[in-house]
Design a protein. Structure first.
Length: 389
């Protein structure tokens, strides 16, 4: 009986393999030669040096690609390629162009293959790309520190003020936190999609964000339920909720660090400075949200230090990553994971609010909670102006 059962499972699998193999060998029967060769050449990064430009490129198309010509600012220019001008599928290389670029000026670079396919990259404002040195390493770290750790800590300092609130007022603050996190969740997904779009199409950056968010949400929900059964508790502890919130916000702040580090590495110093100011103001509200679940307990000083570091320190890692070794697909994955963690915290806090209102025989949605939720969305929307505009 066991052998028959195994055979019943293998027969459909073997037939499927046979069908796929037949199509791969013989084709579908209606193929036509494409009008132009299918070539996909990705410019992953443009580095500005004293002598010109260095482009990190990769071939993500189905066929080999041979680079034959380079045009810089509408002029044909000499270049060299390592390891060679011909790239096999998924092979990477570096194009070096000796070009007298002008500080602060925009430049457009076009790579042309032997089949005439053009791939374009642009530099908004040329400036030397920061080299990997101890000085730059520390400078980027300081940027991440006062964008991430300091504003989160300032937000946590609101805890003593909020501690004197009544139960209904605390619930309204928790609802405000859900509003903050809802805006943050959507914003994290959007940022992930933007970064994922810069990755090669074959890596499916958008799906990486979605899968990262979905799997993280389900994993955290499963872990939370396991902890509840193990501890025989009906709800998560307030500190665990704040800890999860800090972790989710930390991954979001990693994305903010990516944006700042990448801006400076691409020479867009004005944009980078503007982002620093905007994210600093924006992140203070995140610290308030992390403190909200702790209002029903008496946390220790070291708990606040831990939460501040978990939520803020990833911004430091983000600036390093964005400034020196940025990869769109890894950035998209981190932002997807952050979105999933934030969604799980939204779920837990909402569930906690519903249970508290049922316990006191109150409507599930009160005017105070609705006002708090709306205010949270509004606060994040208004502070986002300092980042977007």
């Amino acid at each position: 009986m066991k052998v028959k059962w195994l055979i019943s499972g293998l027969i459909p699998l073997l037939l499927l393999i046979a069908v796929v193999a037949w199509v791969m060998v013989n084709g579908a029967g209606i193929e036509k030669d494409p009008a132009a060769p299918i070539e996909v050449l990705n410019i992953e990064r443009i580095k500005t040096t004293n002598n010109g430009f260095e482009l990190s490129i990769s071939n993500t198309g189905p066929e080999s690609i041979t680079l034959s010509q380079v045009i810089v600012d509408d002029s044909i220019w000499g270049f060299s390629v390592t390891p060679s001008a011909t790239f096999k599928r998924f092979e990477k290389g570096t194009v070096t162009i000796n070009y007298p670029w002008v500080q602060g000026d925009p430049h457009v670079i076009k790579l042309i293959t032997e089949n005439g396919i053009i791939t374009e990259g642009d530099i908004a404002a040329a400036t030397l790309t920061p080299e990997r040195s101890l000085s730059n390493f520390l400078n980027y770290g300081f940027i991440g520190f006062y964008v991430g750790v300091i504003p989160i800590t300032l937000g946590l300092l609101w805890y003593p003020f909020m501690k004197r609130f009544s139960r209904k007022s605390i619930n309204a603050i928790l609802a405000l936190t859900v509003g903050l996190l809802s805006f943050l969740f959507i914003g994290t997904l959007v940022d992930g999609f933007e970064i994922g779009a810069e990755a090669p199409l074959v890596l499916q950056g958008h799906m990486v964000v979605i899968l990262g968010a979905l799997l993280t949400f389900l994993l955290l929900i499963g872990f939370d339920q396991y902890q509840q059964r193990k501890q025989e508790k009906k709800v998560s502890s307030p500190f665990n909720i704040s800890l999860l919130m800090a972790a989710g916000i930390g991954l979001h702040n990693f994305g903010e660090g990516l944006a700042i580090g990448t801006s400076f590495s691409l020479g867009e110093a004005a944009l980078g400075t503007f982002l620093i100011i905007g994210f600093t103001l924006h992140n203070i509200t995140e610290g308030i949200g992390i403190a909200a679940p702790l209002l029903k307990i008496k946390p220790r000083i070291r708990d606040f230090v831990l939460l501040g570091l978990i939520a803020g320190a990833p911004a430091i890692l983000g600036t390093w990553f964005g400034g020196f070794i940025f990869s769109p697909i890894i950035g998209a994955l981190f932002l997807g994971i952050g979105a999933g963690a934030i969604l799980q915290v939204i779920y837990v806090i909402t569930k906690m609010l519903i249970n508290d209102h049922k316990k006191h025989l109150e409507p599930t949605v009160s005017w105070m909670n609705l006002s708090g939720f709306s205010l949270g969305l509004l606060i994040m929307y208004l502070t986002a102006f300092f980042v977007k505009y």
